[in-house]
Design a protein around this ligand. Structure first.
Ligand code: SF4
Ligand code: SF4
Length: 450
């Protein structure tokens, strides 16, 4: 619980290095329909404050009383130690099939093959798990592709092998859903899988997820699969729909998102797509438009007090959870820190999107991990260099998505401002939802934000 109205009246107890540049900016102000709030950036505490204090933080006023109050608060609030991030791989995705039965317009893997077609063998998959999971009490394997279900027989063998050789391994799969059958769904349940099913939403899916002929699309088929198996998938260890948004889908995105959240009672994560193709990449205006779509969708569910449906939108639910927990020291993702991807031939890369990008190769099942390259990523995440060092989201982000940066700037460590723009729009809305839930439905923070 981070919203601490009482802290305002606490006495000064802790020394405060308020002038330490590592902790600037110290505050971020928000004004919503629920009131005025400050985020204490170093500690992720949220404070319910007066309009005057919020105005002071925004630089709209220069009031000595408000300034003194901020100094006092600053001295009271904790400052978690600066964290040094050390690589410790705890999860891998196995590219079981570098090939796909669809031809999605935005596929970062070309036609699902990453330029190197093939199916992962049982020997490669188990060698990777043996090497990276050895002696680890918990390890997670994601079956990925292309479309991993094209290689389902080997997935079954790998899971069976883990049950005897590496029983601590848990499993998930990311699939386009087209090859789901009753038998496969039953097997996924038995093996306690988590499943991410790619479904972009009505109309958007039809536009983006084409069949092999590149003319017809997979929307009706995937919707039939969700209708047929949704109830059983919903009781898997975890189940979510994953929608990818492209520039072309923006005009119909709002209606599509509302439709999915209203008619499909599953978690939904929306990811926007980075691309290095200049003609279809998101401009700053597109990101702003996307943020406005998110806001209008949130407005709609808040207006009808349909908080449960709103919390199905994982982009918001996950952020609300970290705000509620007062999370510090977070990262956008664990790529190269606690997660990497294994190509069909047994090479390691930062994450699934970097698969077969030779410049980002992190070793292989034969040569082991490239510790030097892993250390570079850890340094990038730990250092929080400009612009992250002065960003109000730095305790939750620490450098953003390296793939988005590389697609946009050619360098995975060169922050793409459009990533930050979108984070800003999303996290501000999450903060707003958090303050509404605190006021209107605090029980949901306990049940959904654990
Ligand atoms: S990547 Fe952008 S949003 Fe993330 S911490 Fe850095 S500046 Fe902030
Ligand atoms: S680097 Fe980007 S694409 Fe890769 S796992 Fe992280 S957030 Fe996802």
């Amino acid at each position: 619980m981070t919203l601490d109205r009482s802290i305002i009246s606490q006495s000064q107890t802790a020394p405060s290095p308020a002038t330490d540049p590592r902790f600037a900016p110290e505050w971020k102000a928000f004004s919503f329909e629920t009131g005025h709030f400050l985020l204490h950036v170093p500690s992720s505490h949220v404070l319910d404050v007066s309009a005057e204090l919020a105005a002071q933080v925004r630089g709209e006023t220069s009031d000595p009383v408000a300034a003194a109050e901020l100094t006092r608060l600053s001295a009271v609030l904790p400052r978690p130690p600066v964290r040094t991030i050390v690589p410790d791989i705890r999860a891998i995705s196995l590219n079981m099939a570098q090939g796909c039965n669809l031809r999605c317009t935005y596929c970062f893997a070309g036609e699902g093959d990453y330029g190197t077609k093939g199916m992962m063998s049982f020997a490669t998959a188990t060698a990777a798990i043996k090497l990276l999971a050895a002696d680890k009490p918990n390890f997670h394997v994601v079956f990925f592709g292309g479309e991993p279900m094209l290689n389902f027989a080997v997935i079954e063998q790998v899971v069976a092998w883990c049950e005897t050789e590496q029983p601590s391994v848990t499993f998930s799969m990311t699939t386009n859903g087209t090859l789901l059958t009753a038998d496969k769904v039953a097997w996924l349940r038995t093996k306690k899988f988590a499943l991410n099913l790619s479904y972009d939403g009505k109309g958007v899916h039809a536009k983006q997820r084409l069949n092999k002929d590149k003319v017809s699309n997979s929307e009706a088929l995937v919707e039939r699969k969700i209708a047929a198996f949704g109830d059983q998938l919903a009781v898997l260890r975890e189940f979510r729909l994953r929608a990818t948004v492209t520039k072309e889908a923006l005009p119909i995105l709002e209606a599509s998102l509302v439709e999915t959240l209203t008619t499909k009672n599953y978690k939904l994560f929306v990811s926007h797509h980075a691309t290095s193709e200049r003609g279809v990449e998101f401009s700053s205006d597109d990101v702003d438009f996307l943020g406005q779509v998110f806001k209008r969708v949130i407005d709609r569910f808040l207006a009808s007090s349909d908080y449960l449906r709103l919390l199905k939108l994982e982009n918001i639910q996950q952020a609300v959870r970290q705000i509620h927990r007062g999370k510090t020291g977070g990262m956008t993702c664990g790529a190269g820190i606690n997660y990497l991807t294994v190509s069909v031939g047994g090479s390691f890369y930062l994450c699934h999107r970097f698969n077969e990008d030779e410049g980002e190769r992190l070793g292989s099942i034969d040569g082991g991990l490239d510790e030097e390259k892993l250390a570079e990523v850890a340094t990038f995440r730990s250092a929080k260099q400009a612009p992250c060092n002065t960003c109000w989201m730095r305790e939750w982000c620490a450098g953003g998505c390296m793939h988005e940066h590389k697609s946009a700037q050619g360098d995975k460590f060169a922050i793409d401002p459009r990533f930050c723009q979108l984070q800003n729009l999303e996290l501000e809305q999450a903060m707003r939802v958090y303050t509404v839930l605190l006021e209107k439905a605090p029980h949901l923070l306990t049940s959904h934000a654990k």
